[in-house]
Ligand binder design. Structure first.
Ligand code: NAG
Ligand code: NAG
Ligand code: NAG
Ligand code: NAG
Ligand code: FE2
Length: 267
């Protein structure tokens, strides 16, 4: 039976829209760690504080997790308490929308609170990813990425090890405090980008268009991440940090980014 052209066209448009939107669909999963009472808690640290040795020492990890990252969560909860309509939104979505005047107007968010959410909501999702992407120190390169991701990395950088080198080089050039990322770009390519302060590549219209993407890997280059052990020698921290990368989660984050499950990356 012949189908009316309009049905074929509609189906084609829906399929195209899904392709175009797949990198930015944000289903609500309430991550990182949503307590169910409209307040967030710290996402769990996968290993004990001393589980990241020798790359990151126990005391740095403890201070980083409890004091630096922990403080931001209190601020986010305080701001959200003023905006009941924002509370049901996934945090990654909320952070992504902060650069949109329409969104800010719709929820009547004051300029001061936009800045608080940008810095502290950014900190929350950035650190949630950072905790997730690190595991026990291991100098071996990964062996079990899917063929698709392995090929994409190979075509872009040559190998996972070279990708990490490029990430470390970019992280080394961040002026002051910030992050370096491997992102999944809206066109499906992979790219290394950096952001200042607690900005995240999801923050459309806040970060430049060529930085936008879904973060798969993120490395914290704020001094609080390394100063106790490495002092001012950031490159030494970065060299060691690369051996903590949990490639299982790089793969997971790639799969989630591709299917638009962006909020789940922060679980
Ligand atoms: C890790 O550091 C914290 C804070 O400095 C300390 O309370 C804890 O006992 C240390 N744990 C180990 C296993 O060294
Ligand atoms: C928007 O928020 C301000 C306080 O920041 C308040 O004075 C104003 O009434 C609010 N407007 C609406 C439409 O809710
Ligand atoms: C280190 O990584 C390699 C390659 O993925 C793996 O075979 C090995 O079991 C890992 N070692 C530890 C201690 O996890
Ligand atoms: C490789 O994949 C298996 C099965 O998914 C997983 O259990 C294992 O931890 C992975 N190894 C590494 C080094 O990622
Ligand atoms: Fe940090």
């Amino acid at each position: 039976m012949a189908r009316p052209a309009s049905v074929v066209l509609t189906v084609a448009l829906i399929l195209m829209a899904q392709r175009v939107c797949s990198a930015t669909r944000l289903p609500s999963r309430g991550c990182p760690t949503f307590t169910g009472t409209n307040t967030y808690a710290s996402p769990p640290l996968p290993l004990p504080y001393d589980g990241y040795m020798p790359a990151i020492d126990n005391e740095t990890m403890w201070l980083h997790y409890n004091r630096h990252a922990g403080g931001a969560i209190t601020v986010v909860n305080t701001v959200l308490a003023r905006y009941p309509a924002l509370q049901p939104l996934p945090l990654a979505y909320l952070v992504q929308q902060l650069g949109s005047p329409t969104f800010v107007k719709k929820y009547n968010i004051s300029a001061v609170d936009v800045t608080l959410l940008r810095n502290n909501g950014g900190s929350m999702i950035n650190h949630a990813l950072f905790w997730r992407i690190m595991t026990t120190y291991n100098t071996s390169t990964p062996t079990n990425l899917t063929a698709e991701l392995a090929q994409k990395i190979s075509a872009t950088w040559g190998s996972p090890a070279v990708m990490l080198d490029a990430l470390r080089s970019a992280a080394g050039t961040v002026f002051g405090s910030g992050w370096a990322w491997v992102v999944y770009r809206p066109d499906g390519s992979l790219k290394i980008v950096t952001t200042p302060n607690q900005d995240n590549p999801l923050m459309r219209k806040i970060v430049p268009a060529d930085v936008e993407g879904v973060p798969l890997v993120g490395v914290d280059v704020w001094e609080h991440a390394y100063y106790l052990k490495y002092r001012n020698v950031r490159l030494q921290y970065l060299a060691q940090w690369g051996y903590l990368v949990d490639w299982k989660y790089v793969q997971r984050n790639y799969d989630l980014a591709k299917s638009g499950m962006i909020d789940s990356i922060y679980c």
